[in-house]
Ligand binder design. Structure first.
Ligand code: HEM
Length: 237
């Protein structure tokens, strides 16, 4: 008897196994419906925010796993997980672009239904901020346990696990700054300069956050290396 591939075999709500496993019925019911909309672009607005939350959830989970891997001195594993998390962040950054198709006037209509809701309350970003602290602690712990001199690591000219891990952390940190840069440029385009956000923050003050560094010491190392100048070339100056 040939298998009937159209028959759903999994448990749960939905007509198909795809719907049952992916929970698409629930997922697709999470957006406001046309009779609730104050403006049709609410679907765009909710889609970008909701999908960002999913990617941030994954980025946060992989970053937490990376912190655990560093605690266990499994640096190659951490590098792979951090690379995945950074790709999630890049994807969240790219999807901000579609917000640029939202007209400033239409956004003013949409924001009347947002209450005091603001990106500062995003669970995905909150989790990432906490995970950033866990990664800082984990990498400091690894360096302490193994008495690692990071300046020596960076100037040795060798690609060691600890160097690759440090660079994966820098990449992660940079992706957050790139998201903030894109978010800042996008929001000033949509909302303007000097305008108060839904949490009362003046829109253009967010530019200051772009330079926030989670792994401040790894960025500082670059400055130290620049101060020392060319190494190992035998050329003075
Ligand atoms: C039209 C689109 C958007 C506009 C006009 C906008 C505007 C703003 C404004 C004005 C703030 C300052 C806080 C306040 O007073 O509300 C803010 C903060 C923030 N927004 Fe957005 N935003 C948009 C889309 C997004 C999206 C898609 C996300 C993704 C989750 C997001 C995440 C955040 C976060 C995390 C902050 C805190 C600041 C930071 O950590 O850099 N925003 N946004």
């Amino acid at each position: 008897m040939p298998k009937d591939y159209d028959v759903a075999v999994l448990d749960g709500p939905g007509d198909t196994d795809y719907a049952r496993y992916m929970k698409t019925d629930v997922l697709l019911s999470l957006q406001r419906t046309p009779d609730e909309w104050i403006h049709p672009d609410e679907l765009l607005f909710q889609t970008v925010h909701q999908s960002s939350e999913l990617w941030l959830k994954l980025a946060g989970a992989e970053s937490e796993r990376a912190a655990t891997a560093i605690d266990l001195d499994e640096l190659d594993e951490a590098v792979a997980l951090l690379a995945r998390a950074s790709r999630c962040l890049r994807s969240v950054t790219e999807q901000l672009d579609i917000m640029r198709t939202l007209s400033p006037a239409d956004f003013q209509t949409i924001r009347t239904v947002l209450g005091h809701g603001s990106g500062f309350e995003s669970p995905g970003w909150r989790q990432l901020r906490e995970t950033g602290k866990a990664l800082v602690r984990a990498f400091a712990g690894h360096r302490e346990r193994h008495a690692v001199d990071m300046l020596a690591v960076y100037t040795s000219g060798r690609s060691t696990p600890v160097l690759r891990c440090a660079e994966a952390l820098v990449e992660w940190d940079e992706q957050i700054a790139l998201w903030r840069t894109n978010h800042y440029k996008m929001l000033t385009r949509v909302i303007g300069y000097g305008v108060l956000g839904t949490k009362g923050t003046q829109s253009d003050t967010l530019v200051r956050l772009i330079d926030h560094r989670v792994f401040a010491d790894l960025w500082e190392l670059r400055t130290q290396i620049a101060a020392v100048g060319p190494m190992g070339t035998g050329i003075d100056g």
